[in-house]
Design a protein around this ligand. Sequence first.
Ligand code: NAG
Ligand code: NAG
Length: 184
Amino acid sequence: MWSFTLISLALLLAKVSAASVARTVAAGEVCEGQVTLSEYYIGQDKNVKVQHATCPEYGSKVETLESRQVDVCGNACNTSCFTPSGGGPVPNDCHVIADALRFDSQNIGALFPVSTGTNNTVVMQFATCLSFFVNQDSGPIEYCRTDWASLIDFIAPNCQATQNAHGGLCVATNQQWFAQVNHA
Ligand SMILES: *[C@@H]1O[C@H](CO)[C@@H](O)[C@H](O)[C@H]1NC(C)=O
Ligand SMILES: *[C@@H]1O[C@H](CO)[C@@H](O)[C@H](O)[C@H]1NC(C)=O
C-alpha cells in the first residue's frame, strides 16, 4: 500500500512555479493572517515544534455533510515541487519531523485530528524544515501520523535543488487537505 502510494506520488510529481503559490506570508508563519493557537514540542527528544493555527485563507474548499471526523488516511494526493532551486529545507531536518510523527504514532496513536474553521492547520518545525497540514474540508478530519511522515520523507528529498525545486506540497486529489514541506 505504501509503495503504491509513493509510486502514484512519483508519477504525479509536477512542478509549480513559485508565482502560482506566492503569498505575502510573514516570517515564521505558514499563511497570510496566521493565528497561532497553541505551541508544544513532540518526538522522542521533544525537539519538534508543533503549532495549532488558524489559516484563514484555506478551508471549506470541500463541503462535507458529515459532522463526525472523517478519516482521510491513505487518500491519494498530488505532489508538486516549488521552483526554482535554492533555499529548500535540509532533508535530514525534515526526516527528524517524520520520525517524531512515527514516534507519536506508536506512543500516542495512529491518528491525529485536524479541526476546521479557526483551527484548521497543524505546523511542525525542526531546524531548517517546516511542514504543515491544512484541513480544507468544512468539517473535521483525521489523518495518520505515519502518512504525514511518509509525505515529508518523499517531498523533502524529491523537491530539492537537483530537481530545480525548494520544497513542495501534496494536495489531496479531492482537495480535502494538503501537506506542505518548505524551509522554515
Ligand atoms: C485545535 O485542535 C487540536 C486538535 O487538532 C486540539 O488539540 C486543540 O485543543 C485545538 N485548539 C483550540 C484552541 O481549539
Ligand atoms: C496535479 O497537480 C498538477 C499541478 O498543480 C495539475 O496540473 C494536475 O492536474 C493535478 N493532478 C491531479 C490528479 O489532481
